[in-house]
Design a binder for this molecule. Structure first.
Ligand SMILES: *[C@@H]1O[C@H](CO)[C@@H](O)[C@H](O)[C@H]1NC(C)=O
Ligand SMILES: *[C@@H]1O[C@H](CO)[C@@H](O)[C@H](O)[C@H]1NC(C)=O
Ligand SMILES: *[C@@H]1O[C@H](CO)[C@@H](O)[C@H](O)[C@H]1NC(C)=O
Ligand SMILES: *[C@@H]1O[C@H](CO)[C@@H](O)[C@H](O)[C@H]1NC(C)=O
Ligand SMILES: *[C@@H]1O[C@H](CO)[C@@H](O)[C@H](O)[C@H]1NC(C)=O
Ligand SMILES: *[C@@H]1O[C@H](CO)[C@@H](O)[C@H](O)[C@H]1NC(C)=O
Ligand SMILES: [Fe+2]
Length: 622
């Protein structure tokens, strides 16, 4: 868009201005377009007064009032030496704006027990302020479309390899996946550094539902160590997909598919590799639910790992990606719009990170997650499973699991040198946290000011009232500057870095479909020892449902033309000198992290790129 400054000359001296009114008038001869106003400045040498703007104007809106000043907390106003009428005026003005906003931006329940979303029926209702255009080149999915009518199963791995040769050969990660997906160490590597690094946790006790004994597992623990010793040393890890237990599986191409809720035990061996040592496909132990072991016939063990990968696909897409980044981003966005008036410093800090979530999620609810969308047509968790899984996953989220240092520590992955996700996430969280702390310091002198900030307290209450049913979610009130800083860091991290690590990676790990099957065509095996390699293939998704998933992932994987990297801000308020200093500091911090990651990656056979700050988008925009 061309930008054109509009100058208005005053007739006489202006003095201290309280507000500026703008009106966009429809006139004959001028195009009927919305205008974007990025800033209003009033100059009277040597003074410059600024007015918060950065918004779209529409003729139908009538007068738009801009209040003088930059960011301010509500209580600060009262302490300032300004005329009383001015302070009363500002408070009334803000109240009026918020009331208007709350009529426009309302809550709606999408799934019972899961974070709520914005109540709109069309994109147009979001208005220009909350819309954006996601420009990206259209990828060539012509080849994949050629499989659209084929509802049969893949005939063999050789046939899958022929398809991969067309779609995956250029991608280094995907090529590596295809070469190593059957190897146990690589299965473990993906739990730490794959597209869903959130499931794995250390365990000091054997899970009661996993029917293994120390004797069964002894052969797989190197160096004659016992299971008890390894548990005690913290070398035993678990993947538990209990959240999938009882989730109804989809019907795809008219055929019933199957889900399972596996338990998978892994061992951190002397070489620093994390390898699976036992897999039970369903939660309740029993004779028809055998425990698969690395010593089983190759096809049995491989198929057991494929079932775990399929369970991981469901959890990655819905419980990790959609719930923890998209739905939470929207929850925070709606609460911010409804409770924090525009001049509030946290409104200004948060909006660039959450704004885009309303539109992208609305579009996802209308397409991907709706009838005939990719979940309905091609995923093991279809329309019947969606609300069940999202609601169950919501019940299992706790605040600590969203705060990186606590989450990594509680899962026992913070000290694993081979966990690149964990190392990078900790550093990016640290940089964001320092930035937020300095922003909070600018505005709150002490914890008492946090407690007295009624807008902030209404904000956290609104978040609590519209997020989870269980109480171990977010703090009920924000009492200290430290609590505010952690919470705001969590919001920014979830919408930017976490999203990037879950989103950027998905196509890389899914291009070789057997590594991440979206559904399974036959029930979980109840016996061992009767499978051939072609039998293994017969469990995998049909030809056209495979290609439907890959097409959707390819479309989601196009880098946006208007990509905004982490902590880069277009909004005028960040040009204010006090803010600019903080932004420059965090950008320098992130650049140093980027350099270290590049350096580290140059020495790795398998670089981990997803959390390199320059690749992390500032908000959930795809
Ligand atoms: C969650 O709470 C709402 C009301 O607060 C209730 O209607 C709903 O049944 C609850 N859902 C679950 C899954 O417990
Ligand atoms: C855009 O945002 C401003 C400030 O929140 C608001 O006053 C205005 O009404 C919004 N415009 C539209 C079209 O929603
Ligand atoms: C697969 O092809 C069948 C028959 O043409 C069609 O009905 C079905 O919708 C297709 N499935 C997917 C996932 O595209
Ligand atoms: C392919 O692999 C490279 C790493 O080698 C990565 O940067 C890129 O994002 C990958 N994904 C796609 C879809 O090209
Ligand atoms: C664990 O197994 C018992 C039966 O031994 C079963 O009743 C229970 O539901 C299982 N737990 C889960 C989470 O499925
Ligand atoms: C999502 O991932 C794809 C690569 O798979 C990338 O092109 C896109 O920019 C990512 N979006 C965000 C917001 O990180
Ligand atoms: Fe996304």
């Amino acid at each position: 868009l061309p930008s054109c400054p509009v100058r208005v000359r005053a007739d006489g001296p202006l003095g201290r201005l309280v507000l500026v009114r703008l009106r966009l008038e429809a006139r004959t001869g001028l195009p009927d377009l919305d205008w974007h106003c990025s800033r209003v400045e009033v100059r009277e040498d040597p003074q410059v007064q600024e007015f918060l703007c950065d918004r779209w104007l529409q003729p139908a809106e009538g007068d738009v009032e801009l209040r003088s000043g930059k960011c301010e907390l509500p209580l600060k106003l009262e302490k300032k030496t300004v005329p009383l009428e001015y302070s009363v005026y500002c408070t009334m003005h803000e109240l009026k704006q918020l009331q208007l906003q709350q009529k426009l931006i309302r809550w709606r329940r999408f799934v019972d027990g899961a974070p709520q979303c914005v109540d709109v029926n069309s994109l147009a209702e979001l208005g220009p302020n909350l819309s954006y255009s996601h420009k990206s080149p259209t990828p060539n999915v012509h080849y994949l479309k050629g499989f659209a009518g084929r509802t049969e199963a893949w005939a063999s791995f050789a046939e899958l390899e022929a398809v991969f040769a067309h779609i995956g050969h250029q991608n280094r990660t995907a090529g590596f996946v295809k070469a190593h997906w059957k190897e146990d160490w690589y299965f473990g590597y993906q739990c730490l550094n794959g597209c869903n690094p959130l499931m794995l946790h250390q365990t000091r006790l054997l899970p009661p539902n996993l029917s293994v004994t120390a004797d069964m597992l002894r052969p797989f623990l190197s160096g004659g160590s016992s299971l008890e010793q390894e548990l005690e040393r913290g070398n035993v890890y678990l993947l538990d997909y209990e959240v999938l237990d009882g989730v109804p599986a989809n019907v795809i191409n008219g055929k019933q598919t199957y889900l399972c809720a596996p338990l998978c035990l892994l061992h951190l061996n002397r070489q620093g590799q994390l390898v699976p040592i036992a897999i039970q496909l369903q939660q309740s132990p029993g004779p028809q639910n055998p425990v698969f072991l690395p010593s089983d016939p190759g096809c049995d063990w491989l198929l057991a790992k494929i079932w775990v990968r399929c369970a991981d696909f469901q959890c990655h897409q819905l419980a990790s990606h959609y719930l923890r980044t998209h739905m939470l981003g929207e929850l925070f966005c709606v609460a911010t719009l409804r409770q924090l008036p525009e001049p509030h410093p946290l409104h200004q800090l948060l909006m660039p990170h959450v704004r885009t979530s309303l539109q992208i999620n609305f579009q996802a609810r209308m397409t991907l997650l709706a009838a005939n969308g990719v979940f309905d047509k091609a995923s093991g968790s279809g329309l019947e499973a969606l609300p069940v899984l999202l609601s169950r996953a919501s019940d299992r989220i706790c605040y600590a699991s969203l705060c990186v240092p606590e989450d990594l520590m509680q899962r026992g992955v913070d000290k694993l040198p081979q966990s690149h996700y964990a190392q990078d996430a900790l550093r990016v969280w640290g940089a964001l946290h320092r930035f937020v702390v300095s922003w909070v310091d600018l505005y709150y002198r002490g914890d008492d000011e946090v407690l007295q900030d009624s807008e902030l307290q209404l904000w956290i209450s609104d978040i609590n009232a519209h997020s989870f049913n269980h109480s171990s979610g977010f703090p009920p009130t924000l009492r200290t500057k430290a609590e505010v800083s952690t919470f705001v860091t969590m919001v920014i991290f979830s919408c930017s870095a976490l999203h990037a690590s879950l989103n950027f990676s998905q196509l890389d790990f899914a291009l070789w479909m057997p590594n991440a099957p979206a559904s399974m065509c036959r029930p979980p095996p109840r016996v061992k020892g009767s499978l051939t390699e072609d039998d293994v293939v017969s469990f995998l998704p049909d030809v056209n449902s495979t290609c439907r998933i890959l097409t959707a992932l390819a479309l989601l994987s196009q880098p946006a033309v208007d990509f905004v990297p982490l902590c880069h801000y277009k909004e005028v308020v960040f040009r204010d000198p006090a803010h600019r200093r903080l932004v420059e500091a965090v950008q320098a911090d992130l650049a140093a992290i980027s350099d270290d990651i590049t350096q580290r990656n140059s020495q790795l056979e398998l670089p981990y790129l997803y959390l390199s700050p320059g690749r992390v988008e500032n908000s959930v925009a795809i």
